[in-house]
Ligand binder design. Structure first.
Ligand SMILES: Nc1ncnc2c1ncn2[C@@H]1O[C@H](COP(=O)(O)OP(=O)(O)O)[C@@H](O)[C@H]1O
Ligand SMILES: [Mg+2]
Length: 252
């Protein structure tokens, strides 16, 4: 469904943040990208979303070159993108409005999803009146409402406390599994990457490159029981070794 061919980024002044990278995401797959802060993860996602230009390589979606084009994926950037002066409902219908859907139809479509996203009763609230977890669900609903089959999600649970995070992860898994969406997900949290994904692409420190791609040995539907299984721990050890070995080679 998605294919990166040698996509890399060098900023003026020869600051390479992302080395030419190849990545394939199949339809229905959930792929995580994990790597240390500043290794170019957000840059990579921006390039795929078409909001940042690669210096090398190209992005292909369903066989077509979409480099520098927006609108092919539902995109949830790292920062909270809710406008404080718009209600939650008016915020989440933005992608539909941008696609030219009429306001009434957009509202109707969005409202039907509020219960599933745990936002029922908050349609006409402003973002500042919601908890962090609810705001993230609203950000996610906004990306989801783009109607695109591919979701690009940049550390959506990054700023939440551990309990809220686990609740949201559980909920998120069920939404992804039932909607059949394809997802490319960025995180710096190993537990999160293993719990959610079918495959994990491990990045080196800046300038980022994919060190290795590891399949996650758990099927679906997935439950939180895997979190305490021996397979989970050995997977985590594998990730730790990879991330650690790269850190050491960088400082040599
Ligand atoms: N316009 C820019 N010019 C130069 N460097 C930049 C620019 N934008 C981002 N960077 C650098 O690119 C690196 C990678 O950033 P980012 O993709 O956000 O990393 P990550 O998401 O993995 O933490 C960072 O070191 C950042 O400072
Ligand atoms: Mg980032």
């Amino acid at each position: 469904m998605l294919r990166l061919k040698g996509a890399g980024k060098t900023y003026p002044g020869d600051q390479t943040v992302l080395l030419p990278s190849d990545l394939i995401v199949e339809k229905g797959e959930f792929v995580s990208i994990i790597g240390p802060s500043g290794c170019g993860k957000s840059t990579l996602l921006d390039i795929i979303a078409g909001v940042n230009s690669p210096s090398t390589g190209s992005v292909h979606y369903r066989g077509k070159d979409i480099t520098n084009q927006t609108g092919h994926a539902g995109y949830m950037p790292q920062s909270d993108v809710l406008f404080p002066w718009r209600t939650i409902l008016e915020n989440v219908i933005l992608p539909l409005e941008l696609q030219g859907t009429g306001k009434d139809k957009a509202r109707e479509e969005a409202l039907s999803l509020f219960p599933q996203f745990g936002l029922e009763g908050f349609e006409h609230h402003y973002p500042s009146m919601l908890s962090g977890g609810m705001r993230q669900r609203a950000n996610f609903l906004r990306a989801f409402l783009s109607g695109r089959d591919l979701l690009l999600l940049d550390e959506p649970f990054g700023k939440l406390d551990a309990m809220t995070r686990l609740d949201l992860q559980k909920w998120f898994i069920s939404i992804c599994e039932t909607s059949g969406k394809t997802a490319l997900f960025i995180t710096h949290d190993m537990d999160e990457a293993i719990y959610l994904s079918d495959r994990i692409a491990v990045f080196s420190p800046r300038p980022g490159r994919i060190i290795e791609q590891i399949p996650v040995p758990f099927g679906r539907p997935r439950t939180e029981h895997i979190l305490t299984s021996p397979e989970f721990l050995s997977m985590k050890q594998k990730l730790l070794n990879l991330l650690h070995s790269e850190n050491k080679s960088e400082t040599r």
